[in-house]
Design a protein around this ligand. Structure first.
Ligand code: ATP
Length: 355
C-alpha cells in the first residue's frame, strides 16, 4: 500500500460513480480525452469561451461535453459544478500555467496526481534542491557573475517558454547584460537535448520497480524552439545582436527522438532518483512527468528542468511510441492516465493517485 494523497472528503464527489475525465481544452487535451474514451470514461472539456471549432475535426479526441468559462481564472467558481459532474481534473502544462500554481493547488475538485509537487516545481531553486539532493546531474549554477568561467544562459523565473533568456559566451558578454527580473545564471551545456516522457505508477507491482510502484518510459521528443533553432542559418549570435535580434526559445513544435539503447539505463536511473526523492520530500510525484536534459559528448545527461505533468511532446505518440509500444501496443500517455484511474478505482486505491 502506498501513500494516501487525497482525503475521504476530497473523494466524496466521485464515490460510487464512474468519474468524468475533465481538463482544459488546450495543450494535450485531445490526447487526454481520446485516452479516457478508450478506457470507457465520460469526458468533459473546459473551454475558455465557446468550444474550439477545430475540435469538431477530431471526433475521437473531442470531449463528450463542454463546460465554457469566461477565463481560466474563473475555474475555482465552477468547482461545485465540476464536483457535481463527478469530475477528475487532469492537469497539463497550460492548465497550471494559466490558472497559477496557487489557485490550482487550492482547486476544490479531485485532481490526478499529487498537487503538492507544484510548490517544488514552480520555484527554480526548490526544484534544484529536489533534483540535486536526488543525485541528478544538473548544469552548474553561478551565484555571482564573477564566478562565471564559460558560456552561460540567464533564465528568468517561471515557465515563460524561454522568452527573454540571454546567452553569454563568456564573463565579458555577461557583464554587458542587465537582467530585468528575478533570474538564475546557469552553465550553458553543449550537447543534444532529450525530453523524456516518464510515468510513475504507485499502483503497479510489476516492471521497473521504484518506490512503492513502477516507472515507465512512454516516449521522447525534442522541442523545436524559435528563433534559436534556426540561428545557425544566419551565423553567430553577435551578428544577430548587431541586427537587434535576441535569441529566444519559444516552443513552436516537437519532433520524435530516441536514445541510444545503451543510454536507457542512465535515463531510468535519473527518473528513479527523482521519484524516490519526491516520495521522501512530499509524498511522491504520481503519473506523467518529463525530464528535460542535455546529453554531452562525454555521455553525461545534465537535467535543466522537470515538468511534473503531461507535456505537449507526448502528442506525438497518440497511437504509441517506440517505447510505449513495448509496454502495451498503441499506448499514449493520455490513455495511460485513464488506465491508472481505472486501476485505482477497481482496487479502491484512488486516494493514492488523486489529490
Ligand atoms: P518551459 O517551462 O516552457 O519548458 P522555461 O522558461 O522553464 O520553459 P527551460 O525549459 O528551462 O525554460 O529552458 C528553455 C530552453 O532553453 C530549453 O528547452 C533549452 O533549449 C534551453 N536551455 C535551458 N537550459 C539550458 C542549459 N543549461 N544549457 C543549454 N541550453 C539550455
Amino acid at each position: 500500500m502506498g501513500i494516501p494523497l487525497a482525503s475521504e472528503a476530497r473523494l466524496a464527489s466521485i464515490r460510487d460513480r464512474v468519474p468524468t475525465v475533465a481538463t482544459l481544452c488546450s495543450h494535450s487535451s485531445l490526447q487526454i480525452f481520446h485516452g479516457a474514451r478508450l478506457e470507457g470514461f465520460p469526458t468533459l472539456g473546459i473551454s475558455v469561451g465557446p468550444p474550439p471549432r477545430f475540435y469538431d475535426a477530431f471526433p475521437l479526441g473531442r470531449p463528450d461535453r463542454f463546460l465554457p468559462v469566461a477565463s481560466v481564472k474563473e475555474l475555482p467558481h465552477v468547482a461545485d459544478r465540476l464536483r457535481s459532474e463527478g469530475a477528475v481534473v487532469i492537469p497539463h502544462g497550460s492548465f497550471v500555467e494559466y490558472l497559477g500554481a496557487e489557485a490550482f493547488g487550492a482547486l476544490d475538485v479531485p485532481v490526478f496526481g499529487n498537487r503538492a509537487v507544484l510548490a517544488w516545481e514552480s520555484d527554480r531553486r526548490k526544484e534544484r534542491d529536489w533534483l540535486d539532493s536526488a543525485g541528478v546531474s544538473m548544469p552548474k549554477l553561478f551565484e555571482d557573475p564573477s564566478e562565471v568561467d564559460g558560456p552561460v544562459i540567464v533564465k528568468y523565473y517561471g515557465a515563460k517558454g524561454g522568452k527573454g533568456f540571454y546567452l553569454a559566451k563568456n564573463r565579458r558578454a555577461l557583464d554587458a547584460f542587465t537582467p530585468t527580473g528575478p533570474h538564475v545564471i546557469q552553465e550553458y551545456v553543449l550537447g543534444t537535448r532529450y525530453y523524456l516522457h516518464f510515468f510513475y505508477s504507485p499502483l503497479s507491482d510489476r516492471g521497473y520497480r521504484v518506490g512503492h510502484g513502477s516507472l515507465e518510459l512512454l516516449g521522447m521528443d525534442r522541442r523545436d524552439e524559435a528563433n534559436i533553432d534556426e540561428l545557425y542559418k544566419l551565423g553567430a549570435q553577435e551578428e544577430l545582436l548587431k541586427a537587434g535580434i535576441r535569441p529566444t526559445f519559444v516552443v513552436t513544435g516537437n519532433v520524435p527522438v530516441i536514445l541510444r539503447e545503451s543510454l536507457l539505463e542512465r535515463a531510468f536511473d535519473v527518473g528513479a532518483r527523482i521519484i524516490e526523492r519526491s516520495i521522501e520530500l512530499f509524498g511522491g510525484m504520481v503519473g506523467p512527468f518529463c525530464v528535460e536534459g542535455i546529453m554531452t559528448e562525454e555521455l553525461e545527461f545534465k537535467v535543466f528542468e522537470i515538468s511534473t505533468r503531461i507535456v505537449a511532446g507526448t502528442n506525438l505518440f497518440i497511437s504509441g511510441s517506440p517505447y510505449s509500444d513495448l509496454v502495451a501496443p498503441g499506448l499514449s500517455t493520455g490513455r495511460r492516465i485513464a488506465q491508472e484511474l481505472k486501476r485505482g478505482r477497481d482496487s479502491d486505491r484512488l486516494a493514492e493517485i488523486l489529490s
